[in-house]
Design a protein around this ligand. Structure first.
Ligand SMILES: O=C(O)CCC(=O)C(=O)O
Ligand SMILES: [Fe+2]
Length: 211
C-alpha cells in the first residue's frame, strides 16, 4: 500500500494485458477482462436495485448534461468489496483515498456530455467538494456489459474512442506530470443507441476521503 492517492504508469503496466494509449498528452490505460462475467452480473443487479437520477457538480443549468441514472454502491455488499479488492491489487492506491464506487446506468438516448473528472480550482463547487479530500487524482472506470449500439467513451483531445465491453477497465491520471489538472482527459460518455449500458466509476483523491 502506498498510503496515498497515487498510482503510476509503471505499476499499471506491470499488470498482464494492460495497454497504454500511445499519446504523450495523457496517461490513459485499458485492461480487458479485468472483472469476470459473474461479478459484472452481480454489480449490474445492485445498480438495478438502487438507481436514481444522476446529479452533477458544476452542472449549471444543463439538465441534459448527465442523463444517466446513478447508484452509490455500498461497501457492505460482497460484490462491491470484491471489486474494491481488485482495484487495490491493481492500482495500489490506498482505499482510504477512494470515493465510494459509483454505478451508472444509461438507457437509450442517455449520455454524459464531454467533461473532465477533476474539479475546477476556484470553481463554484471547489470548496464544497475539495476542501477535505482535495482534488481527484486517478479515475478507473469499468464497463459491466456489451452495449448493442452506441455508448462509447470518446476522448476527443487525443482522438481515441473506447467501446463498451463487459469487464473492460479504463484508467487515467487526471493530472499532468507537473501536477496540474490535465484538460486532455476530457471525455464523453456517448449516447446509447440500442440496449442499456452499465458502468462503475472509481475516483481517487489527494487526501483521505473521510468515511
Ligand atoms: O460512461 C462513460 O462512458 C463515461 C463515464 C464518466 O465519464 C464518469 O463516470 O466520470
Ligand atoms: Fe468522467
Amino acid at each position: 500500500m502506498t498510503g496515498s492517492g497515487e498510482s503510476s504508469a509503471e505499476r499499471l503496466l506491470a499488470e498482464d494485458g494492460m495497454q497504454r494509449v500511445p499519446s504523450p498528452k495523457v496517461e490513459l490505460f485499458q485492461l480487458r477482462d479485468f472483472v469476470p462475467p459473474e461479478l459484472c452480473a452481480e454489480l449490474i443487479a445492485l445498480i438495478e436495485t438502487d438507481r436514481r437520477p444522476s446529479t452533477l457538480a458544476d452542472a449549471g443549468d444543463d439538465h441534459y448534461f448527465r442523463t444517466s441514472e446513478t447508484c452509490d454502491l455500498s461497501a457492505d455488499e460482497p460484490a462491491v468489496q470484491a471489486l474494491e479488492n481488485k482495484l487495490h491489487a491493481l492500482t495500489r492506491i490506498d482505499p482510504a483515498h477512494g470515493e465510494p464506487l459509483q454505478g451508472q446506468r444509461y438507457d437509450v438516448g442517455q449520455e454524459f456530455k464531454p467533461h473532465c473528472d477533476y474539479f475546477n480550482p476556484g470553481g463554484q463547487d471547489w470548496e464544497k467538494y475539495c476542501s477535505v479530500a482535495g482534488q481527484r487524482t486517478w479515475t478507473f472506470m469499468i464497463y459491466l456489459n456489451d452495449v448493442e449500439a452506441g455508448g462509447a467513451t470518446r476522448f476527443k483531445a487525443i482522438g481515441k474512442t473506447f467501446q463498451p465491453e463487459a469487464g473492460k477497465l479504463l484508467g487515467w491520471n487526471n493530472r499532468r506530470p507537473d501536477g496540474r489538472e490535465n484538460p486532455n482527459t476530457i471525455h464523453h460518455g456517448m449516447k446509447v443507441r440500442k440496449g442499456v449500458k452499465y458502468v462503475i466509476t472509481k475516483w481517487y483523491r489527494e487526501k483521505e476521503w473521510g468515511w
